[in-house]
Structures are given as structure tokens and as C-alpha cells.
Ligand binder design. Structure first.
Ligand code: UD1
Length: 418
């Protein structure tokens, strides 16, 4: 059994270089199969979701070289056009390969992602879009089979600005014989990163970052080297650590524009936040102010992935805060664990009412997903006594060296294997 042991002590002080973005590297790795050659990605985080993605690429026939944070994918020979169930179920976001595999081989099959830690993970928007673009989709027995008959130009209007659906359409359309426009596209920074990477390989895509994206398919892509953007959610996690311990933490090698909604909430909490071109520094004010209402929303709204960390911070705020979760149903599972630590949180459906308490206390707690795992570590940093955070495999999905980085900032933290 493995857990992260944290003894809540003094303030976090210092700076931390932020890893490459998990949510940007996964679609970028899927995109490498569009190039019948060698593609180089720099700043790839060393996390388990990347390891699983590399296993998928190897299964498809790619040769992989990895040196530190650089991954080289040789996709000259693709030998499979399906993803085995055991790999699909290890990482539900592997659905991102669907558009890329069809683009490269004209056929693809895989099992449905099904439910995950965050609740049901439907892919109806991905399927509806692919059908509109000329893909014949058959669903049955938990499997989805896709075959491309004839490309169709189309305007795809997404009912919701789904990140995964937007990326799947971009991956499908980049290497195609059609013209596609996506309306109500997701506007996350990771979408813009994917556009920059694909265009570097020779694709013709414009509009990413806005809600209208236009894709003029091309017949061939070429070798390219790309650097993955910094992880805005990892940055938010370390800033929350700084605030909850009354410390002073600088996150470096970031793009502050990517997480303005988070820094704005930290300021609303009464914290001093300084931003530069590629850094953000938070100097905590020991009195954390409560917030009347935070709603999670698609970018540029407050990101659902940063919600758990803020919930930990607001647990020890001066007053009552309300959080409304609009993206994923199961995000408040963490509340039960924080309550074990003395937090006063009431949840009803998508709403959490958080009455700030003076202190949190150590307890064994269990991560139920990636972000709740990191947020429990954040809460433990200020809790009296020795907290053990279990289910560390969730944290490993998206954070490279979380405990080492926090130790370097002065936390009393270690990873224990029994
Ligand atoms: C991505 C991120 C995840 C983040 C989320 C929202 C990756 C690898 N993951 O996940 O960290 O929390 O964006 O910012 O980038 N939906 C449907 N039908 C669909 C697709 C989505 O109803 O076909 C719903 C989902 O259930 C959810 C909402 O749309 O309620 C947002 O999902 P989506 O934006 O697709 O998230 P992911 O791409 O899965």
C-alpha cells in the first residue's frame, strides 16, 4: 500500500517550475500518428497518463524514444486501427485517439469509455460530429466501430463546448479531404496548443481559442518539433498550497493568461497575487476571505479541474462560500474526505456550501480522482497532525513529483510504500 504522508506545518516558501500540461500532451501524442514520419514533443510531463498513451501508440505500431521530457514518435508504420479494451479502460480520455486513427487508416474501433471517477463520460458529441463528417459509426455491445466512406464538408455545432469532442474533430479534420467549421468549440488553451502543433506539421486550422474553428483538411503532414504548454492546473494546485499554509509561492514557466480565472478567485479570497510574463507569485494573507459564489464553467470560466483545490482553501476561509459545479457530477466526492479532516461542507447535487473552519485535523483520506487527490494533499499541508492520503495512483495520472516539489517548498511530506 502506498500513501502520501503530510504533517501540517509552517508556510510553503519558494518557487516551483511547472510541468508540461497533461491535457495538452495527450491530444498532441494522439496527433503524432497523423504524420507518416517522426514527430518530436518537448516538455512532456512524466505522468502515468502519458505512459498509457505511449503504450497505445506502441500498440498502434509507433516506435517511441523518450529522453527526459522529450518524446519522439515514429509513426511511419501503423499496424493496428483499434485500441484494446485493457488500454482503453486504463485511461478514459484515450477516446481522443478516435479521430486521429480514422484520419490515418479510415477505420477505427474501440470500447466506449463508460463511467469514470467523475461520473458518466458520454461521447455523443464526438459521434454526432464524426457522423456529420461522413464517418459510418456502428455502436453495440459497448463497442464503437467507425468507417470512413466519403468525406463530407460540414459545419458542426457542438451542443456543449466539449474539449475532447473539439480535439477529436480537429484531429480527424487536419488530415482529411474536407472543410469543417466547428461552432461552439471549446476555447481551452490546450485547444490552441493542439492547433499550433497541427499547423506546425502542415495542417490548416484557424480560430482555436475562439468558439469558431475552421479546418481545411490537407493530404499529408510533415515532421515537426513542438513544445507542450505549461500545466495551468498544476500551477493552480501549488498556488492553493501557498495560500492554505499562509506562505509565499511562485510558480514559474507558466502562462498566467491560461489561469486568470483562478488568480482572480485567489485575489477575491484576499490574497496578494503578482503576475509576470511567465510567472505568478502568491503572497498569502492569513485571513482567507470566503467567496459568495464560484461557478465552474468552460474556459475562460473557472476550470472544474481547479475546483477541488479551491474547495480545500475555502474550507479554512473566514465565512461561508458556495461552489456550483457545472461540468462533472462527481467532483464533490472529496467533500466527505475533507469533512473527516474537520471541514464543514454540505453538498446538494451540484452545489456545495462551505462554512470555513478555524482548523483542519489529520485523518486518513482517500483520493477519488486526480484533482481530489492533489486537493487533499493541499488540505493536509495545513492540517494539525499526520495526514495519510491514499489512492496515490490518481495523483500520478497528472502530477509529476507533487510530493518532491512540495517538500522543496518546505512541506513536511513523504511518499510511503508499505
Ligand atoms: C477535458 C479534460 C478534463 C477537464 C474537462 C473539462 C483532458 C484529457 N481532460 O475532459 O481534465 O476536466 O475537459 O474542462 O483534456 N460531454 C457530453 N457529451 C460528449 C462529451 C462531453 O455530454 O460527447 C459532457 C461531459 O459529460 C461533461 C462536459 O461535457 O459534463 C465536459 O466534457 P469535456 O469538455 O468533453 O471534457 P473532457 O474532454 O472529457
Amino acid at each position: 500500500m502506498e500513501y502520501i504522508k503530510v504533517i501540517g506545518e509552517g508556510p510553503l516558501l519558494g518557487s516551483v517550475d511547472i510541468q508540461g500540461s497533461k491535457n495538452a500532451v495527450l491530444p498532441a501524442l494522439a496527433a503524432t500518428i497523423l504524420n507518416e514520419g517522426e514527430t518530436v514533443l518537448h516538455n512532456c510531463p512524466d505522468i502515468s497518463d502519458v505512459k498509457i498513451t505511449l503504450d497505445i501508440l506502441k500498440f498502434l505500431g509507433c516506435k517511441i524514444k523518450k529522453e527526459n521530457h522529450t518524446i519522439i514518435v515514429d509513426a511511419k508504420n501503423i499496424v493496428n486501427n483499434y485500441i484494446p479494451t485493457e488500454l482503453m479502460t486504463k485511461m478514459r480520455s484515450s477516446i481522443i485517439f478516435l479521430g486521429a486513427i480514422i484520419a490515418r487508416t479510415k477505420e477505427a474501433s474501440m470500447c466506449f469509455p463508460g463511467g469514470c471517477e467523475l461520473g458518466p463520460r458520454p461521447i455523443d458529441l464526438h459521434i454526432k460530429a464524426l457522423k456529420a463528417l461522413g464517418v459510418d459509426v456502428t455502436e453495440g455491445n459497448g463497442y464503437i466501430k467507425c468507417k470512413l466512406d466519403n468525406y463530407k464538408d460540414a459545419q458542426v455545432h457542438l451542443d456543449f463546448p466539449s474539449v475532447g469532442a473539439t480535439e477529436n474533430i480537429m484531429l480527424f479534420g487536419a488530415l482529411s479531404d474536407c472543410v469543417i467549421s466547428i461552432e461552439n468549440a471549446a476555447r481551452e488553451p490546450e485547444i490552441e496548443d493542439l492547433q499550433n502543433f497541427l499547423n506546425g506539421m502542415g495542417a490548416k486550422i484557424s480560430g482555436a481559442g475562439s468558439s469558431s474553428i475552421r479546418i481545411n483538411g490537407v493530404k499529408k503532414l510533415h515532421d515537426f518539433e513542438h513544445t507542450i504548454i505549461p500545466d495551468r492546473i498544476a500551477a493552480a494546485t501549488y498556488l492553493c498550497g501557498g495560500v492554505i499554509t499562509g506562505g509565499c509561492v511562485e510558480v514559474k514557466k507558466v502562462n498566467p493568461n491560461h489561469f486568470g480565472a483562478v488568480t482572480s478567485v485567489l485575489r477575491e479570497c484576499g490574497q496578494y497575487v503578482e503576475e509576470g510574463k511567465d510567472y505568478v507569485c502568491v503572497k498569502a494573507n492569513n485571513k482567507i476571505k470566503s467567496i459568495d459564489l464560484i461557478r465552474t464553467l468552460p474556459h475562460p470560466g473557472f476550470p472544474t479541474d481547479a475546483q477541488s483545490g479551491i474547495l480545500s482553501v475555502l474550507s479554512v476561509a473566514n465565512g461561508t462560500s458556495i461552489i456550483k459545479e457545472n461540468i462533472f457530477q462527481q467532483r464533490f466526492k472529496i467533500a466527505d474526505e475533507l469533512i473527516k479532516m474537520g471541514a464543514d461542507i454540505n453538498t446538494d447535487g451540484q452545489v456545495a456550501v462551505v462554512k470555513g473552519v478555524k482548523k483542519l485535523y489529520a485523518s486518513p483520506v482517500y483520493a477519488s480522482d486526480l484533482r481530489s487527490g492533489a486537493a487533499l494533499v493541499v488540505a493536509a499541508l495545513c492540517a494539525e497532525g499526520e495526514t495519510k492520503v491514499f489512492n496515490t495512483h490518481f495523483i500520478d495520472r497528472g502530477y509529476e513529483n507533487l510530493h518532491i516539489n512540495l517538500k522543496n517548498l518546505g512541506a513536511n511530506i513523504e511518499r510511503v510504500k508499505e
